[in-house]
Design a protein around this ligand. Structure first.
Ligand SMILES: [Zn+2]
Length: 272
């Protein structure tokens, strides 16, 4: 009996020392961060619509991600997040693959904080007629100024052949208010092949990054005709295309943070 007790004690000691050893052994070194090459150029060059395109190419294989902000100038959190991303992306843990970023697609509208130039005044600004770029895709390089801007942005995105395409927008109110037409706090997506991916992404964001008191983000499947989202959903049917719609009733800092955190949730999912 005494012998059995000693054997048991010995076994317990062995297990305990294994646990201690495991806890003290330095964990595997984190992988080396990727080297990131950042290049930039402009579209609509030498016009008042000139805007910068940023491209980040890493030395680690991974998906091609395209992020566009500022299509609607009064949706300030979208293009503010886009501008923040210029410096954030190359420093991002686990960054890999390639990223194309256009922070301010409709830069004159962004400067004016208007949906499109003159949108609060019948569509005329400085004697030129504008319309909603997000009903104009894929645009026309020979058409109106609005069509030309849409064409320049569409061209740049098509050439990149992205796997993930994200458009940063805002809405006036949250979906959780009584009017079901409100798009705030939603991700708009209408791609058949990636619907499950989007449901998982929304769940992951809500459970991991949503702050206490924030409305849970919901899925919306109705990108309007001529929108960036609708055009690229059809042009790249194998890619994941979605629009982030934060709620403009919240303060700007919160909305920008939500935009960045939704992208963080995406990157967690696709950058391994
Ligand atoms: Zn918008």
């Amino acid at each position: 009996m005494k012998k059995i007790r000693i054997i048991c004690l010995f076994a317990v000691c062995l297990v305990l020392s294994a646990v201690v050893l495991t806890a003290c052994t330095p964990s595997e070194q984190p992988p080396e961060p990727a080297n990131v090459t950042h290049t930039q150029w402009t579209v609509m060059t030498d016009t008042i619509y000139e805007t910068t395109v940023h491209k980040y190419v890493t030395d680690k294989s991974g998906p091609k991600v395209c992020i566009v902000g500022g299509i609607h100038g009064d949706e300030v959190a979208g293009w503010t997040a886009g501008l923040d991303l210029v410096d954030l992306i190359p420093e991002w843990e686990n960054v890999c693959g390639e990223i194309l970023l256009i922070p301010q697609a409709n830069i004159l509208a962004d400067t004016l904080h208007q949906r499109y130039p003159g949108s609060t005044d019948g569509g005329m600004y400085e004697g030129i007629e504008y319309s909603d770029i997000n009903r104009t895709f894929p645009g026309d390089p020979e058409g109106t100024v609005t069509q030309q801007i849409a064409a320049a942005i569409a061209d740049t995105v098509r050439e990149f052949t992205p796997d993930y395409i994200i458009d940063l927008h805002e809405s006036r109110h949250s979906w959780s208010t009584s009017n079901s037409l409100n798009l705030g706090d939603t991700l708009i997506h209408n791609g058949a092949t990636s619907a499950l991916f989007m449901l998982d992404l929304i769940d992951y964001y809500n459970s991991t990054y949503r702050e206490e008191g924030d409305v849970a983000f919901a899925y919306n499947s109705s990108p309007p005709e001529g929108s960036f989202n609708e055009y690229f959903t059809h042009y790249f049917p194998e890619s994941v295309v979605f629009t982030i719609e934060t709620n403009r009733e919240l303060n700007l800092e919160k909305r920008v943070s939500q935009q960045i955190l939704i992208l963080t949730a995406l990157f967690d999912t696709i950058w391994q």
